[in-house]
Design a protein around this ligand. Structure first.
Ligand code: 4NP
Length: 161
């Protein structure tokens, strides 16, 4: 079992989108049971709130469904995770601030796994939820390919999927 925490600022837009997209991609490849997938925010601003409606709508438009309640990331969760995937440089700074600079070897920007490393711009400010979806989907697909390549044996991966 590989544990993955997706992290953004509020945990109502980008990281829950990543959680639900990644779960769908893993399911489609027969790997749902190989992962423990969740999402968190660096801030407690939105604590307890559901996925922001425009983010939920863009997911639904792409056939992805699910729910999440915003929860702030703790240091203990970082300690216990295999991978902590943040959306942008600000999130990276905040997570490393939380850990006192520790565990940097398992904290990555999601789109660093793609052929075009970049931040996932915050749609709370850009209002471009389709762009956020496309960037997050690209990052999740690239990360899943990386995991299958790196941990294929451990996942019992069947290449026919
Ligand atoms: P997220 O977007 O980090 O992608 O969930 C945001 C949601 C809420 C706020 C900021 C960013 N906010 O300031 O409330």
């Amino acid at each position: 079992m590989i544990s993955v925490i997706f992290v953004c600022l509020g945990n109502i837009c980008r990281s829950p989108m990543a959680e639900l997209i990644f779960r769908k991609l893993a399911e489609d490849r027969g790997l749902a049971l190989s992962f423990d997938i969740t999402s968190r925010g660096t801030s407690d601003e939105e604590e307890g709130n559901p996925v922001y409606y425009p983010a939920a709508r863009v997911l639904r438009d792409h056939g992805i469904f699910g729910t999440h309640r915003a929860t702030q990331l703790t240091k203990k969760e970082v300690v216990n995770a295999d991978y902590v995937l943040v959306m942008d440089s600000g999130n990276l700074y905040d997570v490393l601030n939380l850990t006192g600079g520790q565990f940097s070897d398992k904290i990555f920007k999601l789109c660093s796994f793609t052929s075009r490393p970049r931040d996932v711009a915050d749609p709370w400010y850009t209002r471009d939820f389709e762009k956020a979806y496309a960037d997050i989907y690209d990052g999740c697909e690239a990360f899943l390919n990386y995991i299958v390549h790196k941990h294929g044996d451990m996942l019992g991966y069947d290449s026919r999927h």
